[in-house]
Design a protein around this ligand. Structure first.
Ligand SMILES: *Cc1c(COP(=O)(O)O)cnc(C)c1O
Length: 395
């Protein structure tokens, strides 16, 4: 076995079962399945010593190219990127604030969050020491009304304690992004966008930055196909630099420290200590792996990939003849094509599929309306036939 050959199944010796994943690149199921090219780049990266700050500077240039942002940082995931984005908004260049986080009650630390955007990942923002301030209403989400976020609601909440606003973007919420952008811009408040799972389409790499947002977070281990524990924070150079400083290993002598190029040392009163992000360091393997995956993702032919996925979905649907199945094309999902399978009790069916050998996962995202979604984003082609057989058996 050459060093580039991985052991055929490292999970077997651990007694951990491989699963058939038609639920998407979910973090709890291991995220993306990496291309051999990404794996090889990570293995090669592991065989050398490099300055991580210098490597992050190089990553910044690549991420800037791919996103149109001024700068970028490889993080250990979108959740880590959100914590760092919040920490950067609070501390900026202030090393004393960097040293204090997550204890931030002595200085401005409020982050505005629309009520419709409060996801489980709000915890990642709060972990920085930020205080989340809820704004707006959830009329659309509850079906009580038609109105989204309004400019005056944001303006009213903009006190001197506010350091940033966060926006969880998706196909539904994006209509409110220009409003949030305009108010934040006019008031000099950074807008942080959680776009963790908004890839594909690859146009979204540039979309939010081109709309003028200050920071955007993407997952590296979902559709990007990078290492599972990787992500991107892209945006304004000063904020990305602050985030980087709070993530780097800072056990350095001020006399010999060579800061990353994106850090303008004249802005710093001193040399920061280990920051709030030190516990989520991105390693050389993750950084190189993420950049390799990003390059592949940018160059990929989305139309051809979606056509190939559609052909596979049609074959699976044909094998499930007789079921109530709908193929939803990529242009409608905004990502990849999926099959929607209507069943009488979606969660009971999902539980049965997970008891299959090997366990099978369909997406439960529409279970509330009696639908299990077959999402082929990371489904291995050799799993298509056993997947169809398992669905038949579970019915
Ligand atoms: C997956 C996800 C995250 C977290 O991403 P990781 O890369 O796993 O840290 C954050 N926000 C949203 C909306 C997500 O879907």
């Amino acid at each position: 076995m050459s060093p580039s050959d991985p052991p055929s199944n490292p999970y077997e010796s651990l007694g951990v079962r491989r699963r058939i994943n038609a639920a998407g690149a979910l973090t709890r199921l291991g995220g993306a399945v990496m291309a051999p090219e990404v794996m090889a780049a990570m293995a090669a990266a592991s065989r050398a010593s490099v300055d991580i700050g210098e490597l992050q500077d190089a990553a910044s240039s690549r991420i800037a190219e791919a996103t149109g942002a001024e700068a970028g940082l490889v993080t250990t995931g979108a959740a880590a990127a959100l914590t760092l984005a919040a920490a950067a908004s609070i501390a900026r260049w202030d090393v004393a604030k960097m040293a204090a986080l997550p204890h931030a009650d002595a200085f401005p630390r409020d982050i505005l969050i629309p009520r419709t955007h409060r996801t489980g990942y709000a915890h990642a923002l709060a972990a920085s020491g930020a205080r989340l301030v809820d704004i707006g209403h959830n009329d659309r989400g509850t079906g009580a009304g038609v109105r989204g976020l309004e400019a005056w609601e944001i303006e009213t909440a903009l006190t001197p304690s506010v350091v940033a606003m966060v926006f969880s973007v998706n196909a539904t919420s994006i209509v409110d992004l220009p409003t949030a952008m305009a108010v934040c811009r006019a008031n000099g408040v950074p807008l942080i966008v959680d776009a963790a799972a908004q890839l594909p389409p690859k146009e979204n790499l540039r979309r939010f930055i081109s709309m003028g947002v200050d920071l955007v977070a993407f997952s590296g281990g979902k559709a990007l196909g990078g290492p599972q524990a990787s992500g991107i924070l892209a945006g304004r150079r000063d904020l990305v630099a602050s985030a980087l400083l709070q993530q780097l290993d800072m056990d350095v002598a001020p006399e010999t420290w060579v800061p990353p190029k994106m850090v303008d040392r004249a802005n710093l009163r001193g040399v920061p200590h280990h920051g709030i992000g030190r516990g989520f360091k991105a390693g050389k393997e993750e950084i190189v792996g993420l950049l390799t995956a990003l390059d592949r993702f940018v160059k990929a032919d989305d139309a051809a990939n979606n056509a190939a996925l559609e052909a596979r979905l049609k074959a699976i649907a044909a094998a499930l003849d007789g079921l109530d199945i709908k193929l939803v094309p990529a242009r409608q999902t905004g990502r990849v094509p999926v099959l929607e399978i209507a069943v009488s009790d979606a969660l009971a069916m999902s539980a049965r599929l997970q008891r299959n050998d090997p366990p099978v996962h369909l997406s439960e995202r529409h279970a509330a309306r009696g639908v299990l979604t077959l999402d082929p984003q990371v489904l291995l082609p050799e799993h298509d036939a056993p997947l169809a057989a398992a669905i038949r058996a579970a019915l």
